[in-house]
Design a protein around this ligand. Structure first.
Ligand SMILES: Cc1cc2nc3c(=O)[nH]c(=O)nc-3n(C[C@H](O)[C@H](O)[C@H](O)COP(=O)(O)O)c2cc1C
Length: 170
């Protein structure tokens, strides 16, 4: 599948199967994250890859139900490692995390898996149940799994504004 078709094919998959994702697929998804660019190549992205039944149960109870998925990636960045020079005005940790998460979401899609980008999770629940260093900021979670037979895009998926509303051609 070419890249644009992959982008068209992707949608937020919220009906996932509890069937485990094979390790080779997990490794490919993580490799896609590893290859993401980062500001100054400082590589501040830190990921919790949660797959064990025990930790997934804890995650579902205290952070997010994960749409039935058997695994979730918690995408963080270390704000002390990320580029935050005066020249760029703000800390670039979130941008670096966002690029890595996008790579991983698209690799999951290319493997035929379902994935949803989630920011509305229990932040304090995460901090308590899965202690992270203070300098690691968790920005988004990615529940990933095989799609259920019932899995389908939400109505919002088709609602894309035209190029003209996004781009100013000069
Ligand atoms: C930054 C960001 C935050 C999001 N947070 C959530 C979320 O907390 N829960 C959720 O179910 N979907 C979340 N989504 C998914 C969006 O709702 C979804 O991408 C959008 O409605 C378009 O649908 P599509 O992904 O199927 O094309 C988020 C997406 C992005 C990019």
């Amino acid at each position: 599948m070419d890249f644009l078709s992959l982008c068209r094919n992707r949608y937020s998959a919220r009906q996932l199967s509890p069937e485990p994702v094979p390790e080779e697929m997990v490794n490919r998804i993580l490799e896609a994250g590893r290859l993401a660019p980062s500001a100054m190549n400082y590589q501040p992205v830190r990921i919790l890859c949660i797959r064990s039944e025990e930790k997934m149960n804890l995650f579902r109870q205290t952070v997010h139900p994960c749409f039935g998925a058997s695994m979730v990636l918690v995408v963080c960045a270390d704000k002390e490692v990320a580029c935050h020079s005066e020249r760029v005005h703000h800390n670039l940790a979130e941008m670096d995390a966002t690029i890595a998460a996008t790579h991983m979401m698209l690799e999951a899609t290319s493997l035929g898996l379902g994935c949803t980008w989630v920011c509305a999770f229990q932040y304090e629940g995460l901090r308590q149940s899965f202690p992270l260093p203070d300098s690691w900021e968790p920005y988004m979670i990615l529940p990933i799994g095989y799609k259920d037979a019932s899995c389908a895009p939400s109505p919002r998926h088709e609602q894309r504004n035209p190029i003209s509303s996004m781009v100013t051609f000069l």
